[in-house]
Design a protein around this ligand. Structure first.
Ligand SMILES: Nc1ncnc2c1ncn2[C@@H]1O[C@H](COP(=O)(O)OP(=O)(O)OP(=O)(O)O)[C@@H](O)[C@H]1O
Ligand SMILES: [Mg+2]
Length: 263
């Protein structure tokens, strides 16, 4: 039976490229024939919007078939899975109600492990090669749940002067969570939104390379308007415009992720 590998995308810095990276790695894996489940863990619904129209996303958010209900009812999440229009690619959509998830879980027994338990059956069924979870830009109890449910974490960092700010703080937080779940590994940092015209991104890359014990992915994701056009069409860029620079960069990054995330 297949072993399902779970990878989450976290960074408390907003706009660092978590949702874009999660959606494109997932879509690129699915294009290779790997079976992927994406989980939208953010009340902003951006991962859901990467595959469905606003109307569809709002309808799912207002229905009871979304992550909020699955987690607060502490149910097996299999029943919350929806198919995207792409083969091998499924999604558990989010809800704006996720804004109160920390409050809802606060009094629950073993509250850090609720998402992990909700995913237990899905993981042991071996139905998916990969489960990819998009985290919100926070460092709290819900993100701890996401990390405790994951084998690996990928940290997208925006190549900008403020993109690095607070990163040390986040790695301290990851370290604390690893104290609870020693099997959780940091797969690496991926530099996103690098603007080759400005050249500043090289400084970010140099600084990140010096971080001891943290892998930096070779593939760098540069700024590309195709990413935004794709999002405007509710599609990941690796499907929307396969010939674009960002689609090629995300495809190369996906190969690296597959190589490094042992199964
Ligand atoms: N390579 C890229 N080229 C151009 N724009 C990009 C690129 N990657 C991401 N963006 C844009 O940057 C913004 C932030 O990206 P994204 O939503 O993926 O970040 P995030 O970390 O998930 O944000 P949040 O912290 O709010 O969840 C989005 O508007 C997205 O369209
Ligand atoms: Mg996001």
């Amino acid at each position: 039976m297949k072993k399902t590998v779970t990878i989450c995308f976290t960074n408390n810095k907003g706009g660092s490229g978590k949702s874009t990276t999660c959606s494109n790695i997932g879509a690129a894996m699915a294009r290779k024939g790997l079976k992927v489940l994406l989980i939208d863990g953010d009340m902003q619904l951006n991962l859901s919007l990467s595959f469905f129209s606003e109307e569809e996303v709002l309808a799912m958010a207002q229905s009871e078939k979304n992550l909020y209900y699955g987690v607060t009812r502490q149910q097996d999440l299999t029943d919350y899975v929806v198919h995207t229009r792409y083969e091998n690619l499924d999604l558990i959509p989010s809800s704006t109600l996720m804004s109160s998830i920390e409050y809802e879980l606060f009094t629950k027994w073993q509250r850090e492990f609720i998402l992990r338990k909700c995913l237990q059956d899905l993981k042991s069924s071996g139905e998916y090669d990969y489960i990819l979870i998009d985290a919100p830009p926070t460092l709290g109890g819900w993100v701890i749940n996401i990390l405790c449910a994951s084998d690996y974490v990928i940290v997208p960092v925006e190549a900008s002067p403020w993109g690095m700010f607070g990163l040390a703080n986040m790695f301290d937080f990851l370290n604390d969570v690893q104290g609870m779940v020693p099997e959780l590994s940091v797969l690496g940092i991926v530099v996103t939104k690098a603007d080759a015209r400005k050249g500043y991104y090289k400084q970010t890359v140099d600084t990140l390379r010096e971080m001891e014990g943290i892998h930096l992915f070779e593939s760098i994701i540069r700024v590309d308007s195709a990413v935004e056009w794709a999002q405007d069409s509710s599609a990941p860029v690796v499907e929307f415009k396969k010939s674009s620079r960002s689609a090629k960069e995300y495809t190369a990054l996906t190969e690296e992720v597959i190589r490094n995330a042992s199964r």
